[in-house]
Each structure stands twice: as C-alpha cells, then as structure tokens.
Design a binder for this molecule. Structure first.
Ligand code: SAM
Length: 251
C-alpha cells in the first residue's frame, strides 16, 4: 500500500489526523525534500510521527523509486510525505501513476499547498491564471514572462514560483525574480512590466515566519523577506475588495 500524504507548509503539526494515522501505521516513511522546505526540523516530524524518516531527493523519487518507495509499497505499507499538498508540484503525479501501473493500492491524503495558501495575500484564488516557475538558469528562458503576459491580457493574477535547491541551501530570492522579469521585459520590449508595477513578495506562507510585502517592483527588490521559500505575485485586474484586502495582507 502506498500512502501519498501532504503534510502542509509549516511544521509537524500541519499533518491531518487521517495523515498521521496513516503514517503511524506504515513500515517505511519517506519525505520528499526537493520541492519545498518546512519551518521545522525533520526531528520534529520523527518525534510526533514516532517513525524514522527516509529523506528522498529528486533522484530517489524520479530515478530510484522502483527500488525504494515502490518496492516498499509492494512489500508492505509505505508513506510518501510531501511538503504542502501531494499535487502541489508536477513531479508527484508521476510517482502515483507508476504505483498504479504496478497494481499498488494507493491512498492520497491532501493538505494545504502554496497554490491555495496564497489566498492570504488578499487576491481571489478564482482569479489566478497559470502559475509559472522561474528557474535558476534563465538566461534564455521567457516562458514565465509569456505566461504572465497571457494572464495579464485577461486580467488574471500571476503566481511566480521561484526555483529552489534545498539540498544546496539555494533559494531564488524575490530580488532575483524581479531582476529576471525586468531583464526579459527590456529584451522583449512589450511594455508589460515596469518597475512601478505593483506586486507582492512572500516568504514562508502558512508559518509564523510568513512575510507578505506589497509595493512597487522597484521597492520590493530591497525588502527583507526573512527565511525561504519565496514566491512573487503580480495582480491582474483587482476588485476594490481585493485592493483593500491586499493593503491589510501584511498586517
Ligand atoms: C513546487 S512548489 C510547491 C510544492 C508543494 N508541494 C506545495 O504543495 O506547496 C514550490 C515553490 O512554491 C513556493 N513556495 C512553497 N512553499 C512556500 C511558502 N510556504 N511560502 C512561499 N512560497 C512557497 C516557492 O516558490 C517554491 O519554490
């Protein structure tokens, strides 16, 4: 049996009761550690769950799953823990599909994801367009800019997810993301982004460390957002209630 369990964005206590019961019943417990970072230590999870946690990087999940996670799920009960929600990152759909192809029984236990926790900044979740990721190696990458342009055209908000390599302690900052967008704008010259545009820089949403700062791009670059992970939001057309909520968002 394979349990795919979202453990939320913050600490050991964000797991659901159903998720905790499943983890406690498992022989093996894996935690994927390459798509996000919690605001607590792994030892906090181990203490609450009463289980030793096996850390799974991208290689383990995408290349070695047959000999690790899927093998353990065929031989007994195995939990695969995901920070946020199981489907908050593109990569875990693949593990679920492969498990089902092998005839392994699967149960998904959901949790909050960055994709819905951003509601806290005050913009309607229903009015977001495609979310887009800005990668570290972005010299010739324009997809995030194009996605933004498409969302903006129809008045939708854009969530930019910022690249991260937690195993190297490397997280793209809000400043790097803004610099990237302004650089692409200066190359593409479509007049879509300028540094007076309003945006929202966020860090560690869903935790006590969360920071939400809205303002002009040029001012957001230099702010202190504290601990990673970070994301950037550029609003589309705002209802006056969203504008009001945005003003109160960081307070
Ligand atoms: C692949 S996504 C999220 C995966 C996770 N499974 C989920 O459901 O939230 C990872 C990106 O989301 C953003 N992110 C994740 N957690 C965040 C948080 N608590 N605060 C701000 N941004 C966050 C960062 O930009 C990070 O690079």
């Amino acid at each position: 049996m394979l349990y795919l369990i979202g453990i939320g964005l913050n600490d050991e206590k964000d797991i659901s009761v159903k998720g905790l019961e499943a983890v406690k019943s498992c022989d093996k417990v894996y935690l994927e550690i390459y798509t996000s970072r919690l605001a607590c230590d792994i030892s906090n999870l181990e203490e609450l769950y009463g289980k030793k946690i096996i850390l799974a990087n991208r290689d383990v999940v995408e290349k070695q799953a047959e000999d690790t996670i899927l093998k353990d799920a065929e031989e007994g009960d195995c939990a695969f823990l995901v920070i946020g929600d199981v489907f908050g990152a593109t990569t875990h759909l693949d593990l679920w599909t492969r498990a089902k192809e092998k005839g392994i029984n699967c149960e998904i236990i959901h949790n909050a994801s960055i994709l819905n926790v951003i509601g806290v900044v005050g913009l309607e979740l229903y009015k977001y367009g495609k979310a887009t990721s800005i990668p570290f190696e972005n010299e010739n990458v324009i997809t995030p800019y194009v996605m933004f342009a498409n969302n903006q055209k129809i008045g939708l908000h854009t969530l930019f997810l910022l690249d991260l390599r937690p195993d190297e302690d490397k997280f793209m900052t809000i400043k790097e993301a803004i610099d990237y967008l302004l650089r692409v704008e200066s190359k593409e010259n479509k007049g879509l982004i300028d540094d007076n545009m309003v945006a929202i820089g966020c860090s560690h949403l869903g935790s006590k460390k969360q920071v939400i700062i809205s303002g002009k791009l040029k001012d957001l670059r230099e702010k202190d957002y504290g601990d990673e992970p970070y994301c950037l939001i550029i609003p589309g057309t705002m209802h006056f209630m969203e504008e009001e909520a945005l003003e109160l968002g960081g307070k």
